[in-house]
Design a protein around this ligand. Structure first.
Ligand code: PMP
Length: 406
């Protein structure tokens, strides 16, 4: 059984109080909280076997390397990747997009080619492709959405014809739209287009299977899935990674250097330049253990039930305009909204006084907010440790905002 009260005991931050009220953390789409198992694993690394990886021949260096590589194996299984060589540790999702943009995009996308993304994207999965198109003189096409925030499929099919690369998110961090990743990757493949899936909002919350999805690349961040800050994952099909150029040079990614030329290490090290955040990588392994113990299907079911509750309760507040699909099954674990006549920052600031942590602003998705016809929104997001009582706090606090501005 999914025992949320038991789970909450693993998250020390959730015991914090704000102005004497319990903390209602509803901003996991920005970053998740961490369970004590992850916090302790990081502490254990620094206090008992802190050493750099892949270098030392002494005991604690060997242990650090073993745990680091063990984490890679856990990530591989977690997303059902064929090979650990296809799992590259980066800092975050943003770095992943840039590695693909510089390593694959700049090498294979030529003048006059077409690069496609969607209006749903976070800047991290929008700007790299926009800039790639500018750098190489390619066309940049942005597929739009319908009124309910779902992708315009007719427009997408047109856009994919003759394209080189298609980058899209599995789940939008604003509308919550869940894209059918398997279908979109198949469409890309049928058109000979390389697919890049931004999994920042999906991988933490639902089962992920890259073989089934059929993507060429998948990117995500550890900090949104219980792991420490400082580790992201780039999955890429080995065949593509082999052909790509590294984006950063130095340290672990070097095989040999002479005065005139250099050769790169084999995968995945070719893309892991410099000393990595070893503690964060070990932490993502422990975070995955934690998620697997709960079961990703159960995490998804719990979040769906919370999102249904959020949608129902927010509708009852009145005066709120909810962004994105009305059906909880069609959205990620977040709900963005606007309150007529009140700036989203004022909403978030008043909620903060009541201990309710939400995000306001453009959520790094300015083109999307422009399309939605509003410069900003307030976003409440939930994760495996949230419960309905925290949604009740959100609703109560929103009533207070309405009274204050009413
Ligand atoms: N894509 C999406 C959909 C996101 O929600 C985020 C984080 N808000 C990112 C990319 C960027 O993630 P990071 O800041 O960890 O690089």
């Amino acid at each position: 059984m999914f025992d949320v009260e038991k789970i909450r005991k693993d998250f020390p931050v959730l015991r914090e109080k704000v102005n004497g009220k319990p903390l209602a953390y509803l901003d996991s789409a920005a970053t998740s909280q961490r369970p004590k198992q992850v916090i302790e694993a990081v502490g254990r690394f620094y206090s008992t076997y802190n050493a750099n990886v892949h270098r030392g021949l002494y005991g604690i260096a060997e242990e650090a390397t073993l745990r680091y590589e063990e984490a890679r194996g856990k990530v591989k299984l977690f997303i059902n990747a064929p090979d650990t060589r296809e799992i590259i540790f980066t800092k975050n999702t943003t770095e992943c997009s840039n590695v693909i943009m510089r390593g694959w995009g700049e090498k294979f996308v030529k003048k006059g080619d077409k690069v496609v993304t969607t209006i749903l994207e976070h800047h991290s999965n929008f700007v790299p492709w926009q800039q790639l198109a500018k750098r190489v003189g390619a066309k940049f096409e942005v597929v739009g959405i319908g009124a309910d925030g779902t992708l315009d499929e007719a427009e997408l099919e047109r856009a994919l014809r003759g394209a080189k690369l298609f980058a899209f998110s599995a789940a939008s961090n604003v509308t919550g739209t869940l894209n059918d990743t398997r279908k979109l990757c198949r469409l890309a493949r049928e058109n000979g287009v390389v697919s890049v899936v931004d999994g920042a909002q999906s991988v933490p919350s639902m089962p992920t299977d890259v073989k089934r999805m059929g993507c060429d690349f998948l990117t995500f961040s550890g900090h949104k899935m219980l792991a420490p800050f400082g580790v992201g994952v780039l999955y890429g099909r080995a065949e593509l990674l082999e052909r790509m150029d590294p984006f950063m040079y130095g340290s672990e990614m070097i095989r040999s250097v002479t005065r005139t030329k250099s050769e790169w290490s084999e995968l995945p090290y070719k893309f892991e330049a410099g000393t990595p955040d070893v503690a964060a990588v070990i932490g993502i392994g422990v975070a995955i253990d934690y998620l697997k113990r709960l079961g990703m299907g159960n995490v998804l079911a719990h979040e769906r039930s919370l999102v249904s509750y959020v949608l129902k309760e927010l509708a009852a507040v009145g005066g709120l305009e909810i962004i994105g699909p009305a059906d909880a099954k069609k959205r990620a674990a977040l709900v963005a909204f606007t309150l007529k006549g009140v700036h989203p920052h004022d909403v978030a600031a008043m909620l903060a006084e009541d201990g309710v942590c939400v995000r306001s602003g453009h959520h790094c998705a300015m083109p999307l907010h422009e399309r939605l016809g509003r410069p900003a929104s307030t976003r409440a997001s939930v994760y495996l440790y949230n419960k309905n009582a925290e949604i009740d706090m959100l609703v109560e606090s929103l009533q207070r905002v309405k009274r204050a501005f009413g």
